[in-house]
Design a protein around this ligand. Sequence first.
Ligand code: ADP
Length: 486
Amino acid sequence: MQTTQFQNFIGGRWVSSESGNSYPVNNPAFKNVILGTAQRSDIVDAKRAIESAHQALSRWAETPAPQRGTIIYRAFELLRARKSEFAKTITEEEGKSLSDALGEVNRSMNILEYAAGEGRRMFGQTTPSELPNTLAYTTRRPLGVVSIITPWNFPLAIPSWKIAPALICGNTVVFKPATSTPLSGINLVSLFEEAGLPPGVLNIITGPGSAIGDTLVTHPMVKGVSFTGSTDTGSRLYSMGARQLKKVQCEMGGKNAVIVLSDADIEKALTAVVEGAFGSTGQRCTATSRLIIEDAIYDNFISALIDMTKKLRIGYGLLPGIDIGPASSEEQLEQILRYIELGKVEGATLAYGGNRITGAEFDQGFYVEPTIFTDVEANMSIAQEEIFGPVLTCFKVKDFAEAISICNNVQFGLSSSIYTRDLSKAFSYVNQVEAGMLHINAPTLGGEVHLPFGGTKASGVGTREQGTEAINFFSEITTVYVDYAG
Ligand code: ADP
């Protein structure tokens, strides 16, 4: 069978990397299956893409925002028509179940639809001036060329929620998808091409971030950078951008906790914890990785949790009824297994799971059991570091105050959740918890596209993503004073 070769898209043309180098894209459920080859781009390709984006900038910036919105809306309609095809690609290259992949496509559709409408809003302010016969108002301009660097866990939705607001604000884009999941990114770019986006406005180059990442941040034509990925890479890029006084936003790791108080709706909390910890193989930035339970209900909750976890169906994401697919890559599987070993060595109790799944078709992929650790202490690595896999660490606490203290005792602050019927404790939690997104009686997961997404502490830096905050990041505010006295 001939391998499909996927190309870069630069200046409105699908092209190979200058060096001619490419790399295979694998299916994490069948490690020997190659889905195609993608371009191994280097600095020359990055520069070409940035220059193309720069050339396309003035025309796109001058296109009225509602017209830019019409193109984004067309992309939304095309995505709606290709929903199942795009979801299948997500499952094939990332590994998540088809129902999770369809959820991801839905999210991307919502993003495109919302961003298209922003073309008719993009509000500024008008205010009274302190001077007579003077009009004072604000308006928005694009930043210019922006670089967008994305991870593999949401290969369609994360690029969508960065690219759509960047485009509606009149920026031109160089987009580098994650090395292991370039195909959904290429799908998204093709959608915009078909929707009628002018050449050069959106460019994609694939390949390792280590080779081209620095150029995407430091090239003088690049005025803004939006990154999602690890805290290590994000902080490196942020400091590089800051030295050149560029606008940079980074969404990074999480160690999200669910607190279950003794008065909680237990069934509801159990479902949320299982979906939050193990759904999408625990590879969501908003996944639940810590569970903090009040003493009085701890034992019963853990045993019900193990019963529910046992029922999860693990396997190839395209098969019907599968809840959990494989880890997204061999490196990811190794990282998860390393943390499981570390948890045991550090003295936590392995209450469920903990093994790589082997035998029959599982040998072909990177499968690991959903894993639950109990007797976890706050200073253990599995309690502090992002594992990014289906591993849940459980803490027993004596009361609400201790729950809050454990919840905040990590470097991250992305999302968090509490299950309680006590309104006073719920709002006290809202006031005290250090995280960007809070859920009361709902899982740590997700977010709606018209609301800000992002975290505090080591989870996020720069303006939040999505909603009107995305417009604030991808545009520059200009303040205008007009003396109309004559
Ligand atoms: P993860 O692999 O957990 O998603 P990474 O931070 O390693 O997190 O990767 C996120 C994105 O950043 C990917 O597109 C990756 O290729 C890119 N990347 C990795 N290293 C660098 C780097 N040094 N400079 C810029 N981008 C990078």
